[in-house]
Design a binder for this molecule. Structure first.
Ligand SMILES: Cc1cc2nc3c(=O)[nH]c(=O)nc-3n(C[C@H](O)[C@H](O)[C@H](O)COP(=O)(O)OP(=O)(O)OC[C@H]3O[C@@H](n4cnc5c(N)ncnc54)[C@H](O)[C@@H]3O)c2cc1C
Length: 429
């Protein structure tokens, strides 16, 4: 491998192997056979051809935010060096290398008053995000991030470099737009950009005693929110003596006055502890949720909700969880685009995210609490999960309806019969 790759290759036993093989998601074990920090797309070609001959598999993992641990016998391809970003403001498109992270891309597009469909974290890779569909802050306005991809540059399972568009290869383009990382190693993506007519956003936090009022306001605002407005509710339960809180994260594609009008029910709740809301730059989007950027032992479980059972969500004791988050979905996410990818219509109006820590003394209790809360929510839990929110132990089968899965499986069998390329949550196991 060292002879055919210009970048750096780490094998078990090498100095630096453990560091190179460790994912962002601390605590997820990765028994890989090698890690290759590729220098360019030609390195990816060489690795895929090598893996084919050696009977190995190849998995792209820019960072390991979505590490599943399902990498036994795999060559891990680190794409951090493929980080070039080119914005074409007139054409409303950005080309981002497979190592580019959302924060870097938004910093480049924001200068032109444009945005891509980023999620909450500035350090998640654009390629990994769109490979799984991608639920963006602006998904209510524009749908899945993957449906805004114009072209993928990939190395396919035969080891060929190909630019895939709707016109060049409709089946493969469809699968790449959110079917997971099973259909090629992406080396760059071209994404549609959208005009930012103004961006208002931030976080407001109250003491936990205000939970009932905040839920009531959240329900009222989300009942008829315009697509430009996205609200997420957070209940935090930090270890004592830190106080529990309740808060709202918000973005609005438009002016501050209109946003404040729409958010009037929040203004009626007194006693906030902090309030960062105001006009902001798209480059600062990641500051709203302020998620950890350094490797973290996050242990999350995500569910889609068909309703908002406030009695459970507002009243349940959360410990040992740290956070319960509810994201308002709907809008364009709920409508399948005729030319869109496997995500289709995401009909559930809310996404529930239950967060604890993957620490040896806590993990079991965290998972038990997550399971207990989900059981209490009963029929409000739809059973489907967005692919990017799958967690270790879960499966791609939970992300797609049966007929979509069947099409993805067929395309995988046709394009990669030897199973050379492997996603974190493979479509066929
Ligand atoms: C703090 C945090 C916040 C998040 N917020 C959101 C959010 O708002 N919305 C949302 O939808 N998701 C969110 N996620 C989930 C995240 O989008 C997924 O975990 C995503 O897969 C991470 O991509 P990555 O490349 O950074 O991670 P990695 O773990 O490095 O990659 C994940 C998988 O993506 C595929 N992949 C990555 N790069 C390539 C490539 N070049 N070619 C082919 N396949 C590739 C591979 O199958 C890989 O195993 C969040 C995750 C975290 C940890």
């Amino acid at each position: 491998m060292r002879d055919i790759v210009r970048g750096q290759v780490f094998l078990p036993g090498d100095d630096g192997f453990d560091r190179a093989a460790a994912p962002w998601a601390i605590g997820v074990r990765q028994p890989v056979v090698a890690v290759a920090e590729v220098a360019d797309a030609a390195d990816v070609v060489a690795l895929v051809r090598y893996a084919r001959q050696a009977g190995l598999t190849v998995t792209a993992q820019p960072s390991g935010h979505g590490a599943s641990g399902d990498v036994d016998g795999t060559i891990l391809v680190r794409t951090a060096r493929l980080d070039e970003i080119t914005v074409d403001p007139a054409g409303r498109v950005v080309r981002a290398g497979a190592g580019a992270r959302w924060g870097q891309v938004l910093a480049a597009t924001g200068k032109h008053g444009l945005t891509g469909l980023a999620g909450s974290s500035p350090v998640v890779s654009v390629a990994g995000f769109v490979a799984g569909g991608g639920v963006s802050w602006f998904g209510r306005a524009y749908g899945w991030a993957a449906d805004s991809v114009r072209a993928f540059e990939i190395v396919d399972a035969a080891g060929e470099q190909v630019r895939v568009t709707a016109g060049s290869d409709a089946d493969l383009f469809w699968a790449l737009r959110g079917g997971g990382g099973d259909y090629g190693i992406i080396t760059a993506v071209e994404l549609d950009l959208y005009e930012v007519p103004g961006l208002y956003g931030g976080r407001v936090v109250w003491p936990a005693e205000r939970t009932g009022e905040v839920f009531e306001a959240f329900r009222a605002i989300t009942a008829d929110a315009p697509r430009e407005l996205s609200l997420w509710l957070n209940r935090t339960a930090p270890p004592p003596p830190a106080p529990a809180t309740v808060g709202i994260d918000v973005t609005f594609l438009g002016g501050a006055a209109e946003a404040e009008d729409l958010l009037a029910p929040l203004a009626a709740i007194g006693g906030s502890l902090s309030d960062s809301r105001g006009p902001m730059d798209v480059a600062d989007l990641g500051a709203i949720a302020a998620e950890p950027v350094d490797p973290s032992p996050m242990l999350a479980r995500t569910e889609l909700l068909t309703a908002l059972p406030v009695d459970v969500l507002a009243d349940a004791d959360l410990a040992p969880l740290l956070n319960l988050q509810i994201r308002h979905l709907g809008g364009a996410l709920a409508e399948a685009r005729p030319d869109g990818g496997p995500g289709g219509a995401l009909g559930e109006p809310y996404l529930l995210y239950l967060l604890g820590l993957r620490l040896p003394h806590l993990a079991e209790a965290v998972q038990a609490k997550q399971a207990a809360l989900v059981a209490q929510l009963g029929e409000a839990v739809s059973g489907r999960k967005p692919y990017t929110f799958l967690a270790p132990g879960e499966s791609a089968t939970q992300a797609f309806p049966a007929e979509v899965r069947a099409r993805l499986e067929r395309i995988k069998r046709e394009r990669d019969p030897g199973g050379v390329i492997r996603a974190n949550f493979p479509i066929t196991s």
